[in-house]
Design a protein around this ligand. Sequence first.
Ligand code: NOJ
Length: 720
Amino acid sequence: MVKTILLLAATASSTLIPGPWSNIHDSPTDRANALLKNMTQAEKISMLHGPATGDCCSCTTSASCAYVGNINPIARLGIPPTNMNDGPQGFRDNVHPGTTTAWPSGLTMAATWDVAAMQEWGIGMGKEFYAKGANVQLGPGLCLARVPRNGRNFEYLSGEDPFLGHTLVQPVITGIQSQKVIANAKHYAFNNQETNRGSVSEEVDERTRFEMYYPPFAGAINAGVGSIMCSYNKINGIWSCENPVTLKHDLKNYSGFKGYVMSDWGATHSTSIAKGLDVEMPQAHFMNSENITAGLKSKSIQQSDIDDSVQRILYAMFSVGVMDEPLSAWDWKKQSTNSTTEASVASARKLSGLSTVLLKNENETLPLLKNSQLKIAVIGFGGANAVVHGGGSGSVVASYTVKPIDAITDRAGKFATVTYNNGTDMTAASALAQDSDVAIVFVGTLSHEGGDRASLSLDDGCDPNIDPHSKQCQGNNANQNAMIDTIAGINSNTIVVASVPGAILMPWSTNPNITAILTNFLGGQQAGNAIADVLFGDVNPSGKLPITMPNKENEMEMSTEQWPGLPDPTNPMYAMYSEQLLVGYRYYEAKQIPFTTGFPFGHGLSYTTFKYTNLKIKKGFPLYQVSFDLENTGKVAGSEVTQLYLGFPAIVNEPPIQLKGFTKVTLDQGGRKTVTIELTEREMSIWDVVDHRFKAASGVFTVSVGASSRDLRLKGTITM
Ligand code: NOJ
């Protein structure tokens, strides 16, 4: 009796017809297996691709093209449609623009180094996908910023560090999936450049694959990610979506991924189900019934391949809860819902504040308004039209975008006069700067999917075709460095705010008249309010750089063989990962490059100061516990992202230091806390190419703790 009632309750709202798969108390694996057993071959194959016919993608005419991608439902069993939509920084709705929140981008969020913020972001986005009837979010993006000019770095939450990506992705996945939306970690793998992305072969050795590029995906798998997108590029000569080494072995067998692999749009080149691809998107050019049936006949495909792929899709749908929602939840007509809310917009503002990085703050220039009647000049197009998102599938059209000038004027209220000049007329802008106590220059640059940036200069990337919604490319924005120099030549209290998709060059950063520099990366629609919150001290900045800000172009001296790649007469265009582990700050450390105009990985200031003392290293559980005392020695409350870097025993030939732990600590003025960061065996391991697994290294490790990769305050050692 009790059992019957339970079963009824457990199936009440489910979309599925009742059967042995209905009990929500059974494991997702058991439920998926039970359902699989009841499917016909035609039903199974129909799940392995997008709709075979019809329009693609994003339409207003039918269920099978309403989203960026779909898998048709199976009515006989009540299996709901799979409704997939971009993208990694919120729901991209080109059909009903302005109905979703434009959140900060993935790289921007990485600047928070804050797991709670990441979870809030994931939940916030997941809610909007659900509201719009989508049950797969094509995000988050996890590739590593190997190439500073990669056009999609702004989408990727790993920055240039695998440990950072591994840690930050987990709360994002649990956040998105808590809303019954399957997350899709992308682009697996090595889609680290946009130049020639559809032909280049990324040549990456095994150790580099596992130590540098897989950890963010391993983090997603730890958090139970339901799907992973294979990328456009080739890997060691084989298309990513038909590469048995990276898909079957590295991802499914070694890393234990239980969900399904879908191809990027048009990245399928064969009926590659036996190689590890589960779903072809967006249509069915290869993974269709005809080809699969022929493959079964010729024995290039086994029935177990088909069953495994379908089981993975069903597993993801059960484990995230898609199957247990009423069918109405996934009604394509919900796509027109206005899903942005006051709460989501407030959260976007908070998250943009948390991801703003204060790079320089001389003489306590910031926060503003310590004296009243300040005359503030806001200069540059970015003051009214800040760059808040990138171009391509990672873009979101917000219903409105807050202009920094409006937010600053509102916040300044009667205590200050705020005057704006867009910088087109530099004579007028200079006169304004001359007559002001402080000049805030807003600059920015664009970036987009499908191409890498022309350079790291602020003066590049200004192509109006990239982003028709932004006015960034009008007026003086092709001369932003000159604009900064001119204003700083006139006003000795010049503040620069850079809204950028990743690394930029700041040749003016050491100018003593430039007293403060901030970057809010691509902060989404509320970046204007958030920057006002930071400038006036309502929010004390705590963001840290997830990438290195270089001193000059191509400072890592990448050859064209490394990037963008060279043609190979016998094979495709290739890009050699010959730098192996020396990506980003690892390279800067190995070559001991000093920072002059650039800023190191992990750097970010606060309006208060923190003192680190009393390092202790204890052997115990999990392996070592590193503890130290942190004290807020400044005048206001604030948060500090404390960072732990390990140096491996010389014999194993690792980069000089590597991030292996971090934690964000909030302290009141005068507050003090003992902080503990745990090291597991994995953090002290390297990839062994003989045994093909991570193995703990032995010898003497250096342990450094501090405020950035170049501001390490405490040092100790561990002998393993
Ligand atoms: C191609 C992009 O690479 C991918 O990130 C996106 O999700 C799909 N297009 C669908 O728009």
